[in-house]
Design a protein around this ligand. Structure first.
Ligand SMILES: [Zn+2]
Length: 181
């Protein structure tokens, strides 16, 4: 069961200095689920299907609103995600931990010249347009998708490859045999 979308009035949220925390599963993030599924090999994908009820990917998020003395509205988003990915080198299932922080300035994207100049001068903030129904779930999913490597791999040696490396098989041996015959 998917949870209801989490919609916030982002300007009011920032004005009131509100804070909201929650967590999402892959069922709440179909596009992310599709991305992670596409990284699974055929064999591991079928395995994942069998174990789909055991998928323990989870995204915890906290969002804080802030309005500064100049009346600018900000959102600060913190994400802690554990995703079930597949190492693209050994194709074993591999948990991926993401700890992300984002700062958004709420501003009209097509605002006047002076505002645009301010935005261009400031590399510290991403821009969110003012919205009375900003989809927080979609924002979280978008950020996690962008932070997920296209081809995640184990850091250092893969356990499977490390085991095989003792045998030092020559991958070209088969090829040579083919060329000779
Ligand atoms: Zn690996």
């Amino acid at each position: 069961m998917s949870t209801q979308p989490i919609l916030i009035d982002n300007v009011a949220f920032a004005k009131r200095g509100e804070r909201l925390a929650g967590s999402l599963s892959l069922e709440d993030c179909p596009r992310l689920a599709e991305l992670l599924g596409s990284q699974a090999s055929d064999s591991s994908a079928s395995l994942a299907d069998k174990n789909s009820s055991k998928d323990n990917s989870v995204i915890h998020f906290t969002i804080n609103g802030e309005t500064n003395a100049a009346g600018q509205h900000f959102l600060h988003l913190t994400l802690n995600a554990t995703l079930n990915t597949y190492c693209q080198r050994c194709l074993e299932q591999m948990p991926l931990n993401l700890n992300l922080n984002f700062d958004y300035l709420i501003n009209e994207i097509d605002a006047g010249d002076s505002d645009v100049a301010y935005v261009e001068d400031n590399d510290d903030y991403d821009i969110q347009e003012p919205s009375q129904a900003m989809d927080l779930q979609r924002l979280v999913e978008d950020e996690v998708i962008m932070a997920t490597p296209i081809a995640p791999t184990h850091e250092g040696h893969c356990a499977q490859l490390a085991m095989q490396s003792g045998e030092k098989p020559n991958p070209f041996a088969v090829l040579k045999g083919l060329i000779k015959s």
